[in-house]
Design a protein around this ligand. Structure first.
Ligand code: PLP
Length: 382
């Protein structure tokens, strides 16, 4: 099988499994226990926290381990909003945030919080003028993703953070798709809080973190003594050790990004040459190196994914959490794409395991399967 769905999740890196196994079998005591095994678990937790902090450019005390990015996003938005002054209760969300994060936005709005959305241009990039105009003195928090999971488009989080700070607001960044694929440094990224998830960069599922700048007020959403009182619950030590190991195993991110972007470009150009009806969304925008969001004429995503399945290629119709549904992608809809075109869109996301042979296989096998369908599609068009 050729796996081209790395934005949904990634396989565990061998170094991650090697780091986790001895912790699962031998370091299972509670980190809060006073006895020797508990103290050993606590030492391992501190070691993993120090590694994460070193590799992400923050202080160990700025790392709050969570069950993943969804929880980190909720903790950031609810916790920072609760910590904001009473005269600042408006929240701005990116309009193309992850589906789970937009559910939170809608839940806040339903509860009476004033929520507004930062629009995007037709090419998927953030509308900077509109964003700047929306950030006013009543804004408590701006929550914006660093990179979109469907199109791969990178968002100008440093600019938006500067405007948020100038207006007295705090800035949260969902960097779930960014970290592991692009070089990241918390100290200089401009954000006050950053969410991440290990399973997007060959770490285990069910573990992530919120990086929170020291001194930024946050009201915990799960009460308990762990994580300096900011997130209660016995820590998932094997997961945390796995997260740290996954970051360590990333190696030279710049070199890997260059390799993957070259493969992605080869795939897109090859498909466009073989099937001229291929339209790549956001092709001219700054994007994550491995993400390709495209449509073949008006061929429905079901038909294309079926053919890919026949070729033993795993791709997706968009975000994993919303694929399988028949609604057009909210990301493409926010870009002004029609429902028909959105429902014809598929996403390839390349990653560490993707090879030039994988891309060549797809370029050889897919066009002959789709070309006759595209002809039929053209003939049946009104
Ligand atoms: N945010 C973005 C941008 C994502 O792509 C995802 C996962 O698809 C999430 C948040 C949710 O991450 P998790 O699975 O760790 O809850």
């Amino acid at each position: 099988m050729i796996y081209l769905d790395h934005n949904a999740t990634t396989p565990l890196a061998p170094a991650v499994i090697a780091a986790m196994l001895p912790v699962m079998s031998g370091v299972w005591a509670n980190t809060s226990s006073q006895h020797g095994p508990g103290q050993e678990a606590k030492r391992r937790l501190a070691g993993a926290r120090a590694t994460v902090a070193r590799l992400l450019g923050c202080k160990p005390a700025e790392v709050i381990f969570t069950s993943g990015a969804t929880e980190a996003n909720h903790l950031a938005v609810r916790g920072l909003l609760a910590g904001a002054p009473a005269n600042r209760q408006r929240v701005l969300f990116g309009s193309v945030e992850h589906a789970g994060h937009l559910r939170l936005a809608r839940a806040l709005a339903a509860a009476g919080v004033q929520v507004d959305y930062l629009p995007v241009h037709p090419d998927g990039t953030l509308d900077l003028a509109a964003a700047q105009a929306l950030i006013g003195p009543d804004v408590a928090l701006v929550s914006l993703m660093a990179a979109n999971n469907e199109t791969g488009v990178l968002m100008p989080v440093a600019d938006v953070a500067a405007w948020a700070h100038a207006a007295g607001a705090v800035m949260h960044v969902d960097a779930t798709q960014f970290i592991g694929k692009q070089v990241f440094d918390f100290a200089t990224c401009g954000a006050d809080a950053v969410s991440l998830s290990a399973h997007k960069f060959q770490g285990p599922k069910g573990i992530g973190a919120l990086l929170l700048r020291q001194g930024v007020p946050l009201l915990p959403q799960t009460l308990g003594s762990q994580e300096r009182g900011r997130r209660g619950g016995t820590e998932n030590l094997p997961g945390i050790v796995g997260l740290a190991a996954a970051l360590e195993a990333l190696g030279d991110i710049t070199a890997q990004a260059k390799r993957i972007a070259a493969l992605r470009d080869r795939l897109e150009r090859g498909l466009q040459a073989a099937l001229p009806d291929t339209h790549v969304w956001c092709q001219g925008a700054a994007r994550l190196p491995g993400t390709s969001c495209l449509r073949f004429g008006q061929l429905s995503q079901e038909v294309v994914l079926q053919r890919l399945d026949r070729l033993q290629v795993a791709a997706s119709s968009g975000a994993a959490c919303s694929s399988g549904g028949s609604a057009p992608s909210h990301v493409l809809t926010a870009m002004g794409v029609s429902a028909d075109e959105a429902l014809a869109t598929v996403r390839f996301s390349l990653g560490a395991g993707t090879t030039v042979e994988d891309v060549n296989y797809l370029l050889r096998e897919l066009p002959p399967l789709l070309a006759p369908l595209l002809c039929e599609d053209l003939l049946s068009a009104p």
